[in-house]
Design a binder for this molecule. Structure first.
Ligand code: PNS
Length: 163
């Protein structure tokens, strides 16, 4: 069985991420959506909270599992015997960063290949950081994230306002 891992910060998961996960699930036997730390980002949700939100919106995908990992992506890949890393590419601006990560991961673990799926045109502009900014200022995020997780984002914002 070929295991593909779809890693990311997913802080929070957007409709763009969900589109890539759905398409990956049609290409590979088993897909693990893996929430991992991006050392360059300060997250809104903990890894576990993000994994919980993803589970809620991917429940219908039969071959998709959700997990989180505190460590290097390649160590998780080795542990699981996974051979494919799936990443979404929105625009040329994603390319340099994704290319650097793909080459580094190959250096660390040559047994795994990174496969890029292009985002769908309707989701090209979407990012978790835009979602957080819009939510923070009371804007409408209903076209950007799955409906089931909107209350979690709004309540996290309210808690942050209370600080
Ligand atoms: O959604 P993102 O933030 O663009 O995804 C980047 C992510 C989280 C997949 C990357 O930072 C990562 O793999 N983090 C885990 C730690 C790791 O393996 N770092 C080396 C990457 S070459």
């Amino acid at each position: 069985m070929q295991i593909a891992v779809c890693p990311g910060s997913f802080d929070p998961i957007t409709l763009g991420h969900l589109d890539i996960i759905r398409r990956a699930s049609e290409l590979f036997d088993h897909v693990v959506v893996l929430v991992v730390q991006n050392a360059g980002k300060t997250p809104m949700f903990s890894l576990e909270e993000r994994a919980e939100l993803i589970k809620r919106v991917t429940g219908d995908f039969k071959n998709v599992e959700v997990d989180c990992f505190h460590g290097l992506l390649v160590d998780y890949m080795k542990e699981r015997g996974a051979s494919v890393i799936v990443k979404g590419l929105r625009a040329m601006s994603d390319f340099e960063y994704e290319f650097q990560m793909a080459l580094t991961n190959r250096q660390l673990y040559p047994e795994a290949e990174t496969v890029f799926l292009t985002s769908s045109v309707e989701r090209m502009y979407l990012s978790s950081s835009l979602v957080k900014q819009i939510a923070q200022f009371g804007g409408d995020i209903s076209a950007l994230v799955p409906a089931q997780i909107i209350p979690d984002i709004l309540s996290k914002n309210r808690k942050d306002d209370d600080k």
